[in-house]
Design a protein around this ligand. Structure first.
Ligand code: DMJ
Length: 587
């Protein structure tokens, strides 16, 4: 509109047109000035320091709990009532072997634990000295870095809190807690935050640190943040958008997206349920319950009944915008949260069991595949399915590091719902990821890769010709491509290996973990910390100067826990959110 208008004037009255352009420019500069002024004013709103629960506390300068809702809710669905059910044990019943071999084994494991802790201390100390308060440390260039959409609220600081506690770094934990108590959620350069990431990293981190330490100040900060994130549900249909735009939230203008990752929509049930359990305020649980009811309504109406498509149209609440199905990127934690929320609710809400069982039947039938390998290894992977009217569900044997969480999920579901077959599938999936780590020169699996699949989940003979004709033969036999050969310090493989160890008690998993840890340390260590790498296809690696907060929150935490006594974060007492933050299960 604007450009057309000016063009017309230039043609007819050159002088007036110059004037119009001048006025337009002045208006643009004035509005820019206004935005800058607003930011300055925001920065100048005085932060009140008070003493709260023994800490210097900075209350956020915007109190979202007092913000009137544009779409108020007349009645909140409360938490299910009743005494928590006694669910089947998740953890293997470990016993202590008093023999000399048993003692020697414990010493060896303790040495490994110390090495993992040293890697954490190195990463944390550099973050503290160089990047404290920033979202991340750049581990090669040695600078602090804020991630757009993470608010600059110190993602690594908050994400690391539970690890500091678990690793018994109490002095550091209290120093970090003191810093977290001064986070002002209203003070950010970003105009929106990523709803999913802020929920799993910041809200999950604070709630977990509270559950572990019982420091009330952490709960207080979590509530402030929870009240801000709750605004994501103040939309016409109460479904959350991917981006939480602060100014739109204030004006009641937020709407859910037309093409949002399903994981982003459906990965808040643990954090919001825990917030209701801890505060007694039903609004948080009510919000996630609405999303769960949509999942329930849709489960058997998708083009792959049982599962949900990777992308959701939450604005129109319509299903037909996507026909791709995966346990990987953009969808993963939707599935992960089903058995976990069931556990957090003490087994009192049956819908999560129903959704889990329905989804996993479909996953087993359509997404899992056994790779063709020279040794006919008894391992499984999860691929991607695309459904078209002509082909029906079509499975691609492309897998991702992100899908490696599935082993742990099947194990947990198998234990909680007493489905032994799921525990076995979980083991085969976890071992698949370990196989893929072993297959690469760096000893780490690629971010995305393709394999050759057997026709069924049973063994199939190795076909050298098929591999020679169809693969990049510089890769290990069994691999077709390594489409994305990076390693981003991700946790999913060690996550499943850790969970399977705790569920089966099989010490082989500790051996796998130790090999994985040594490879990761060798391939990613920098002078200051640890870094993502360009390719796992070479033993000599190129560091890409990134250390996401999940390295300290998840990857190193799982490595530490697998070498720790099994009562440290016992899985019958805690359930871990998707960022590995332990939340207390009801007893
Ligand atoms: C983490 O933030 C979480 O585990 C999430 O569910 C997936 N991506 C990263 C780790 O890879």
């Amino acid at each position: 509109m604007w450009t057309e208008n000016v063009a017309w004037q230039v043609h007819h009255h050159p002088h007036d047109a110059m004037l119009a352009i001048f006025r337009k420019k002045t208006r643009i500069f004035a509005s820019l000035g206004l935005v800058v002024l607003l930011y300055l004013l925001l920065a100048l709103v005085p932060e009140r320091r008070e003493t709260l629960f023994g800490f210097t506390y900075v209350r956020s300068t915007y109190d979202w709990s007092q913000h009137p809702l544009r779409y108020p809710i007349s009645e909140y669905t409360p938490l299910p009532t009743g005494a928590p059910r006694s669910l089947p044990p998740v953890q293997y019943r470990f016993t202590t072997d008093p023999s000399p071999e048993g003692v020697a084994r414990r010493e060896l494991i303790a040495d490994r634990r110390a090495e993992v802790k040293a890697a954490f201390i190195k990463s944390w100390t550099s973050y503290k000295n160089i990047g404290f308060g920033y979202d991340e440390l750049l581990p090669v260039s040695g600078k602090g870095h804020d991630v757009p959409g993470f608010g600059g609220w110190g993602a690594t600081l908050v994400d690391s809190l539970p690890t500091l506690w678990i690793m018994d770094l109490k002095e550091e934990f209290y120093e970090a807690t003191a810093a977290a108590a001064t986070i002002n959620w209203a003070r950010t350069k970003d105009t929106s935050c990523n709803y999913f990431e802020t929920t799993i990293r910041h809200l999950g981190g604070l709630l977990s640190a509270y559950d572990l330490s019982l420091e009330r100040v952490l709960l207080e900060k979590a509530i402030e943040l929870g009240d801000m994130l709750y605004m994501a549900y103040d939309t016409p249909n109460h479904m959350p958008p991917f981006w939480m735009d602060f100014s739109k939230a204030k004006k009641g203008q937020l709407v859910a997206g037309y093409h949002d990752p399903s994981a982003s929509v459906a990965t808040s049930s643990l954090e919001f349920t825990r917030l209701t359990q801890l505060t007694g305020n039903s609004k948080y649980y009510d919000a996630i319950n609405r999303v769960t009811r949509v999942l329930e309504e849709w489960q058997n109406r998708t083009s792959l009944p049982g599962m949900w498509p990777v992308f959701f149209d939450m604005a129109q609440l319509e299903l037909d915008s996507d026909n791709s199905f995966s346990l990987g990127a953009l969808a993963d934690s939707l599935y992960e949260y089903l058995p976990k929320t069931f556990a957090l609710l003490g087994g009192l809400e049956p819908v999560y069991e129903k959704l889990y069982r329905g989804a996993m039947d479909t996953v087993i039938e359509n997404l899992l595949f056994r790779p063709m390998t020279p040794n006919q290894d008894d391992v499984l992977f999860s691929g991607s399915v695309y459904v078209t009217p002509s082909t029906g569900p079509y499975l691609t044997a492309e897998s991702q590091h992100l899908t490696c969480f599935a082993g742990g999920m099947f194990g947990l579901g198998g234990k909680l719902f007493d489905i032994p077959e799921h525990v076995q599938i979980g083991e085969r999936l976890a071992r698949g990821c370990v196989w893929a780590y072993d297959a690469m020169p760096a000893g780490i699996m690629p971010e995305v890769f393709t394999l050759f699949k057997c026709e069924t989940l049973e063994p199939c003979p190795w076909d050298e010709d098929e591999w020679l004709n169809g693969a990049n033969t510089q890769l290990t036999r069994g691999f077709k491509t390594a489409r994305d050969p990076r390693y981003l310090l991700r946790p999913e493989a060690i996550e499943s290996v850790f969970l399977m160890y705790r569920m089966t008690g099989n010490p082989e998993y500790q051996e796998m973990a130790w090999k994985m840890f040594q490879s990761i340390r060798r391939a990613t260590e920098t002078k200051l910390a640890f870094s993502s790498i360009q390719s796992v296809r070479n033993a000599e690696t190129v560091k890409t100067d990134s250390m996401e907060s999940f390295w300290l929150a998840e990857t190193l935490r799982y490595f530490y826990l697998i070498f720790s006594p099994p009562d440290l974060i016992n899985l019958d007492e805690y359930v871990l959110n998707t960022e590995a933050h332990p939340l207390k299960r009801p007893r």
